[in-house]
Design a protein around this ligand. Structure first.
Ligand SMILES: [Zn+2]
Ligand SMILES: [Zn+2]
Length: 313
């Protein structure tokens, strides 16, 4: 790297000199001809989160894609909390054309939808049990254990043979899952009425009643939000345990749509009201409704792959 590059970048930004800023950063970057959008990839230091940075003479870290995003937008005042999002999803890219000043929510939503499509492609392209188990889905590991326990019960194979066939679980993990499975069955399905029963019966009125009883629609909840008062997982309303874990926003929208396909296959759900704990179905949209947030160059190949494999978004 050229000595004094940090000073040059810092000065160019302060002087609102876009051509000089770009020239300075280009001198230490390479065009990636293989990337769909021909990104300009920074070759210097990067933060732990993977974004390019340089040090200014006074020791400040200069976040390069952030500076370029604001510079490309015409040097507006940097507002606390705003993000500079990569339309190309390449964190080291510093090409102004790929950078947008957005709200955190827009940035988050774009990422959710992209991940949703990528997961779909992965599911379609390699759906072997071993592959899926490697992704550590607790549902799937347990489901596999249940399958083998059923075989074991019928005297079809030894535990060791079942584990060997499975190829993914240690004996102790297997034993633990088996104990959990057995104890859940002892408690009986009678005990697990409520939400799971409504889901099993595809009873959307039951689900609506279940949720309605547990939300706050009082004056504190603005804009007609139904604020969930129960448990959450990562800040999102949830219910159930292990095999029966449910994200309630997803359950709500899935049931309102008449239960198309399986719960697990229903797209991720985003909150139009920007309140993650809200369950008002009118505030919920499925991720595919936001698909236009993804840059067309990244979207088109993903949609093509999904279609080729016979899937749908
Ligand atoms: Zn890029
Ligand atoms: Zn809401």
């Amino acid at each position: 790297m050229r000595p004094g590059l940090g000073r040059e970048v810092d000065e160019a930004y302060r002087n609102r000199d876009y051509p000089r800023l770009e020239r300075a950063l280009r001198s230490n970057s390479l065009v990636n001809e293989d990337s769909p959008m021909r990104c300009l990839v920074w070759q210097g230091g990067k933060t732990s989160a993977g974004y390019g940075y340089l040090q200014a003479p006074d020791g400040r870290n200069l976040p390069l894609s952030r500076l370029m995003g604001y510079a490309f937008a015409g040097f507006p005042e940097q507002r606390r909390g705003d993000h500079v999002a990569h339309a190309c999803a390449e964190r080291l890219c510093i090409l102004g054309q790929h950078l947008n000043v957005v709200t955190p929510l827009q940035n988050f939503q774009e990422g959710v939808i992209r991940n949703y499509l990528d997961k779909k492609i992965l599911d379609l392209s390699d759906a072997s049990p071993q592959h899926l188990a490697k992704r550590r889905s607790p549902d799937l590991v347990l489901w596999k254990a249940v399958q083998d326990i059923q075989v074991l019960r019928s005297g079809g194979m030894t535990q060791r043979a079942a584990v060997k066939k499975n190829g993914v679980m240690h004996h102790s993990t297997y034993a633990r899952l088996r104990r959990e499975f057995d104890s859940e069955n002892v408690k009986g399905s009678e005990r697990r009425k409520g939400l799971e029963t409504y889901i099993k019966n595809r009873d959307s009125h039951g689900i609506l009643a279940y949720v309605s009883k547990r939300v706050d629609r009082g004056p504190a909840a603005h804009d007609g939000c139904w604020m969930w008062m129960g448990r959450d997982t990562g800040g999102y309303p949830s219910a159930g345990t292990r095999r029966t874990h449910r994200y309630l926003a997803r359950v709500m929208l899935w049931s309102q749509r008449g239960f198309p396909g399986a719960y697990a296959d229903f797209p991720k759900v985003l909150h139009q009201c920007e309140k993650a704990m809200c369950l008002n179905p009118e505030h919920l949209r499925d991720a595919t409704a936001y698909i236009r947030l993804i840059h067309p160059d990244l979207l088109a190949p993903r949609l093509a792959k999904i279609q080729e494999s016979g899937g749908s978004v």
